[in-house]
Design a protein around this ligand. Structure first.
Ligand code: FES
Length: 104
């Protein structure tokens, strides 16, 4: 696993998703109630763009804009069909104002 800086804390707004490419992988960072979560943003169903999906703040999930599969941002698990396979997740850490993820 490699620790990679993905930006400054002020770039990740509460209730929003930001799509990034890190180490050749498409990922998203979601800010849910001030907590940051990083998961792979290429939907395990048919590679839809999860970074364009909707956040469900209450359940800490993201919904794919293509066929509405839902993934848990904490675990990456697919919690609603049609996706069955989980998304890869990446640990997030904040040091001062800098945001890092561990990816490998
Ligand atoms: S591509 Fe995401 S639900 Fe189909």
């Amino acid at each position: 696993m490699k620790k990679v800086k993905v930006g400054m804390l002020s770039e990740f707004h509460e209730g929003k998703i930001k799509g990034l490419e890190v180490e050749g992988k498409k990922i998203l960072i979601a800010n849910v109630k001030g907590e940051l979560y990083a998961i792979n943003s290429m939907c395990s169903h048919e590679e839809g763009p999860l970074e364009e999906g909707e956040i469900d703040v209450k359940n800490c999930c993201v919904k794919c804009p293509w066929h509405h599969a839902v993934f848990d941002l904490k675990t990456g698990q697919a919690v609603e069909a049609p996706a069955e396979k989980p998304q890869e997740i990446y640990p997030v850490s904040v040091e001062g104002e800098e945001v890092f993820i561990e990816i490998g």
